[in-house]
Design a protein around this ligand. Sequence first.
Ligand SMILES: CCCCCCCC/C=C\CCCCCCCC(=O)N[C@@H](COP(=O)(O)O)[C@H](O)/C=C/CCCCCCCCCCCCC
Length: 218
Amino acid sequence: MAGSAVIEEQKFSLQEVLDTFKLCLSENQDVYVEHYVAGWRGLVKFMNSLGNVFTFISKDAVNKIQILVNFLNGENGSHYVTIQSMVKYELDNQLVDLDKRGSHPESGSRTLLRLHRALRWLELFLERLRTSTEDSKTSVMCADAYNESLSQHHPWVIRKAAGMAFCVLPGRPTFFEVMNVGGAEKVVDMLGDAVPMISKVYQITEDLYSQNNLLELP
Ligand SMILES: CCCCCCCC/C=C\CCCCCCCC(=O)N[C@@H](COP(=O)(O)O)[C@H](O)/C=C/CCCCCCCCCCCCC
């Protein structure tokens, strides 16, 4: 009994990860950095379970997550509780390199922008997955979502490497299995809940960055 309880605890569930993203929004529609990075951490775990070929992608995500966690746990952590307070604090105190990389190459605002762009990829990919059929290819869905979003911010060499990684993505049945949600119908239901919520977090962040002219931070 105790043994099986331990095994249950260790099971990875994408539902839990997506629930973390649900915690991101405060009553005022501010986005909590703590839950945002926790959501990404879960996604990285999921990606790592797909194989070593994705390590170069997860390393970059882990690095960015860590930068944000360091700010959150640092002496000015209270300013990093939400994305809104982080942006305000960093802009008010000239802590962001706005035009070219300078003395603040790893500000919270520019670091989060990289994850924010990746969130758009995730939103597009999950929507494709939700509406996919049994014979749909995850590699194609992933590449299409990437080409429509994140790729526009990546140089040729990264686009090439990402394209190669997509080719070795497991097929839809394995993918659904690793998600550990249940049968295909359950996956579709879960994605039906998850996609609008991810879209909302994405849009609130996008509006904030757009209003502050931060969408092209170097
Ligand atoms: C139900 C299915 C769930 C899907 C779960 C997906 C899990 C995805 C987990 C993590 C995604 C990785 C996020 C990558 C963040 C990339 C940030 C970025 O753009 N970084 C570049 C720019 O940074 P700076 O140089 O300006 O600091 C950096 O150059 C990137 C390097 C790594 C390559 C990034 C390729 C991104 C491909 C995204 C698709 C991931 C495919 C995973 C498939 C499951």
